[in-house]
Design a protein around this ligand. Structure first.
Ligand code: HPA
Length: 272
């Protein structure tokens, strides 16, 4: 079965199961699942029950699609995303974005946990992604038949929607939430970076580093889907004072900063 047929079956299944006319798609990052508690949930479908949907592996991702009402809008949420470092290919990592698009969303919001490369940014802070550098060595558009899904020579002049970003910045000011802006570098992982790599990321003038988001954003661009992404900074990547990584701490910091991210997402959904 072709990729188009698979995707169509996925979309048809979800529509048949009541996921109809969502306006906004949301992808929740590691340790950032609590936005779901704010949704008036109408449908909740484990990935395992969705035809052709990749299956979640990492235990801190719950792995389900959630549909319901949030801030007066119909939203569909991926609670649990797929990473290249888990062994999924770039098609699988971005399958949810193509599914969201097929369901008819008009805007996409993404969150992730990331390390702070800009040392003026501290753990627990939020950063609005204004641009990215793809260091994953792969593209979600580099497969045979990709042009059946749209132009593959997608321009990335404005990968992150200026309109949504303006709204997020205004909401941050109004709610007194500190929101940095910066460049996100995506790496493959799952190992963390060496001192030399952190120095390189500084030289490249990146502000944060993580292992997700960029493939999803590239596919959103192919589909002309306006998107915005917020990083929750969970650790400070100071090559002069490198600390052992503690994944439990990263997840705990993400959880502590999460209410700020939830407030921004809820605020922006209201005005999109
Ligand atoms: N590097 C890569 N990914 C990350 C980091 C990091 O320091 N922190 C959270 N995700």
């Amino acid at each position: 079965m072709s990729k188009q047929q698979q995707l169509q079956e996925t979309i048809d299944f979800l529509k048949k199961n009541g996921i109809t006319n969502p306006e906004i798609g949301i992808v929740l990052g590691t340790g950032l699942g609590k936005l779901v508690d704010e949704i008036a949930i109408e449908k909740e479908i484990p990935y395992a029950e969705i035809p052709h949907f990749p299956q979640a592996t990492v235990e801190f991702h719950s792995g389900k699609l959630i549909y319901g009402q949030l801030s007066g809008k119909k939203v569909v949420v991926m609670s649990g995303r797929f990473h290249l470092y888990e062994g999924y290919n770039a098609w699988e990592v971005t399958y949810g974005i193509r599914t969201f698009h097929g369901l008819g969303i008009q805007n996409l919001l993404i969150s992730n946990a990331a390390g702070a490369i800009n040392l003026n940014y501290k753990k627990g802070d939020l950063m609005l992604i204004e641009d990215h550098i793809n260091l994953q060595g792969s593209s979600p558009l580099a497969f045979q038949g990709a042009n059946a899904f749209g132009n593959i020579f997608v321009d990335l002049l404005e990968p992150y929607s200026k309109i949504i970003n303006q709204k997020l910045k205004a909401i941050a000011i109004a709610q007194n939430i500190q929101l940095h802006e910066g460049v996100y570098a995506s790496v493959l992982g799952p190992q963390l970076e060496t001192r030399a790599e952190y120095r390189m990321l500084q030289i490249l003038e990146t502000d944060a580093v993580g292992m997700s988001t960029v493939p999803e954003v590239i596919v959103a661009k192919q589909l002309n889907l306006p998107c915005a992404a917020i990083s929750v900074l969970t650790d400070e990547c100071d090559p002069k004072n490198l600390q052992p990584v503690n994944i439990a701490e990263i997840i705990a910091i993400a959880g502590e900063a999460e209410p700020k991210m939830i407030a921004l997402f809820k605020g922006v959904i209201e005005v999109l």
